[in-house]
Design a protein around this ligand. Sequence first.
Ligand code: SF4
Length: 318
Amino acid sequence: MPASHQRPALTVLVAAPRGFCAGVDRAIMIVERALEKFGAPVYVRHEIVHNRFVVDGLRAKGAIFVDELDQVPDGRPVVFSAHGVPKVVPANAEARGLDYLDATCPLVSKVHRQAERQVEAGRHILFIGHANHPEVIGTFGQVPDGAMTLIETQADAEAFQPAPGVSLAFLTQTTLSVDDTAEIVATLERRFPDIAAPKGEDICYATSNRQAATKEIARRAQAVMVIGAPNSSNSMRLVEVADRSGARARLIETADEIDFDWLAGVETLGVTAGASAPEVLVRSVIDKLATRFDVTEEEVLTTTESITFKLPRGLEAA
Ligand code: SF4
């Protein structure tokens, strides 16, 4: 090949773990098995996971995505998304006699149960999370109105004033920044030394592992591309983590969004994917990079994962 046509060399550091977590795997499988068992259409309340590619794939197989239960016709099954739902949603489904399948990640359900227990113990809960995220709406919906206060920032943690004599507990969303959350928790524990902490971490293993792997590639790369959706909390946190670890970072949903001008001068690029982004998207990004660069791919493994979750009864493999 003449020198003028030589492609520039690019080392691509691919983070591991990346992409699908056990909760996302399970949620997608629940929709697929429901389609096999009940036939199409199967209704899904909200995006089953925050990824357009996944949602479009299930829609093509016969899933219909709706915002609310009243859009589900009588007699058709409905699946609740991995992010969890307020208690009122399954209650309404039961009242209507709908067949419902709950794809709430078991690690989100664990936070729900802790919220109930803290309220039973008479504590007011400070919930660290992002306003309007479906997981936060679902967790608030486990407890009576007023039993939980949302803490989004350090400033919120500094400003919160409990009612006199009230005992406190804190819980967190599963997909937060490990570092930011540690700072907010430190503030709460400094201000309220008796505050009850969750049993174990609420931030899930998949979120922590993806952030640790992203830090590692960002340390060695000039730029990092995170494959994921803008409404995916854990993907957005990976962009922040990469950025803070010294690489410029960008979120892309698919290979079509690769900005080659942004990659000018980059010799080492990190690639990772949020917990709701399938591996096929990672492969297509690397394939597209290979059309312009002489790519050397290296997987940077920081830990291995072996967690899997059982499917709900009735949907196990025949
Ligand atoms: Fe469950 Fe964590 Fe995956 Fe969310 S990111 S579905 S909490 S394993």
